[in-house]
Design a protein around this ligand. Structure first.
Ligand SMILES: NC(=O)c1ccc[n+]([C@@H]2O[C@H](COP(=O)([O-])OP(=O)(O)OC[C@H]3O[C@@H](n4cnc5c(N)ncnc54)[C@H](O)[C@@H]3O)[C@@H](O)[C@H]2O)c1
Ligand SMILES: O=P(O)(O)OC[C@@H](O)[C@@H](O)[C@H](O)[C@H](O)CO
Length: 468
């Protein structure tokens, strides 16, 4: 299949001489990060010809329609500091709307399908604050009712629901072991998915759990590649550089890292030969990345957007923001269980990555879903500092900036828990801080005084870069 828009051609397999590999991987969440990361590693694995991916959108069917019109091909626009390098990626052998449960079940039931990868954002796993499946979530409740009523029906909309629907189909087909590989920024993400899937199974069909225990491996990962949303400028650049009209361009940075731990009972692509690292324990890498990278990202998303910045590159060029980021790293670094030299080198590399002005990574994108991120990016560092006898201003500033953001400063609030959180911060700064610290499990008089002062400073007239 090939398509044209005006006189500018779309991508097609015939044009690029790329045959689709047989589907052996299913992916849930056809967003930009997956296309810059797991799909790129699969493309570059030496056995790529044996491992095609069937990818399903998370919610809207749009990406499946648009990618389908170009045979699943898309351009990865690798934006180095010294210029862009486009690459056509062909590892997506099939693309489907997430609602196509019949296709999903069909893949899960095939014996040659051995891996399910996932990137649906932190919120997509539908967890309650204790990490269990949120049974009060309306979509979760609807999936429970739908799967009880008809395990082969089409009305299943959440990621845990779709995983359980697929696993029921695989058990019924008796097609053996499979690995589930979440690639979202959540600590111990393999155990996290196992938990929400197990909680749903308990509600829907407890007899499935024994089969899952015997045949399903939940792999834990650390993933890293800064991948912003696509802009029209990215699409125009690909048109100029390559003479194709590719609405599905994905911009990304040159750096990439993938660390995995777990079993693959049905095999996997040779991702390690494409640069991935397989280890026994992901935790040290995950803490290094989640605290140093994602923590400082969130700090900039809230604190630097209050100072009027739009992108990470703008933010890190502001000496005040850079100082806050360094203070955050000073607080987090002693708790990363890796040699100090590694951590120092990682910090230095992050400054270079953040300063890449060719990557337009919007602070507003990073600011989204703070309810899912602050508890895993800020709270462990604040608690570790308390454990070491320190009330760390550098660590607390992340929570203070988030509170100021919830109260209306800086980037807009986009969060599944926005109503609850914005309710917590109404009224005086003192009361808002008390309620949020309690919600975070950080009720402590010393912390409170620091946070109240920091929120007050961040909200003060003159706190923006223009007015300083
Ligand atoms: N973008 C990055 O730089 C980056 C880097 C490392 C890890 N990640 C991880 O990847 C995730 C996705 O990032 P992205 O840049 O691909 O975002 P994106 O918006 O491009 O894609 C998100 C995907 O998740 C799906 N989704 C969103 N909310 C969902 C929900 N509630 N239920 C089911 N599906 C849902 C969307 O439909 C889409 O397919 C991040 O949240 C993060 O955990 C991203
Ligand atoms: O993707 P999120 O929403 O979990 O977090 C926003 C950024 O911190 C994140 O996307 C980083 O850019 C990424 O984790 C780098 O690998």
């Amino acid at each position: 299949m090939s398509a044209e828009t005006g006189n500018v051609p779309r991508l097609s397999r015939a044009e690029h001489g790329r045959a689709a590999s047989p589907v052996r991987v299913v992916h849930l969440g056809l967003g930009n990060f997956f296309r810059a990361h797991a799909a790129w590693y699969t493309e570059h694995a030496p056995d790529a010809a044996e491992w095609g991916i069937a990818a399903f959108t998370g919610r809207s069917p749009d990406a499946a329609e648009s990618l389908g019109a170009q045979d699943g091909l898309y351009t990865l626009l690798v934006r180095a500091a010294d210029g862009p390098e486009p690459e056509v990626i062909s590892s997506l052998s099939a693309v489907h709307p997430g609602a196509d449960l019949a296709a999903l079940r069909d893949y899960f039931a095939r014996p040659e399908v051995a891996v399910v990868t996932i990137t649906v954002t932190e919120a997509g796993y539908r967890r309650a604050s204790d990490g269990s499946l949120d049974l009060d979530d309306e979509a979760v409740a609807a999936d429970i009712a739908a799967l009880r009523d008809d395990p082969a029906g089409d009305d299943v909309s959440t990621t845990p629901g779709r995983l359980v629907a697929g696993l029921l189909a695989r058990r019924d087909a008796d097609t053996g072991g499979i690995a589930i590989v979440p690639n979202d920024n959540v600590p111990d993400n393999g155990a996290m998915v196992a938990r929400v899937v197990g909680d749903l199974i308990a509600e829907v069909d407890p007899s499935l759990q024994e089969w899952v225990d015997a045949y399903v491996s939940f792999v834990t990962t650390m993933v890293d590649r800064i991948t912003p949303r696509t802009t029209d400028a990215d699409r125009s650049e690909v048109k100029t550089l390559r003479g194709v009209d590719d609405p599905e361009v994905v911009p990304t940075e040159p750096f990439s890292e993938w660390v995995l731990a777990g079993e693959f009972p049905g095999g996997r692509p040779a991702w390690d030969d494409a640069g991935a690292t397989v280890v026994d324990d992901v935790a040290p890498f995950e803490q290094r990345k989640l605290w140093l990278l994602n923590g400082s990202h969130s700090l900039m998303a809230y604190a630097a957007s209050i100072r009027g910045h739009e992108t990470v590159a703008d933010a890190i060029a502001d000496s005040q923001v850079r100082e806050w980021v360094e203070e955050w790293w000073d607080a987090a670094a002693p708790h990363v269980p890796l040699p100090e030299t590694d951590v120092t080198a990682y910090r230095k590399a992050l400054i270079e990555r953040y300063s890449n002005g060719n990557i337009r990574h919007l602070l507003a994108q990073i600011a989204a879903d703070g309810s899912q991120k602050i508890p895993i990016r800020a709270v462990p560092v604040i608690k570790a500092e308390l454990g070491a006898g320190r009330v760390s201003e550098g660590a607390l500033r992340l929570v203070s900036a988030w509170i100021a953001h919830l109260r209306g400063s800086g980037a807009p609030v986009t969060d599944p828990q926005a109503d609850l959180l914005q309710g917590l911060v109404t009224g005086s700064v003192d009361n808002g801080v008390d309620r949020v610290l309690e919600w975070l499990g950080l009720k402590d008089g010393q912390l409170r005084d620091v946070v109240v002062q920091q929120v007050t400073d961040l909200e003060a007239p003159g706190a923006t870069k223009e007015e300083k």
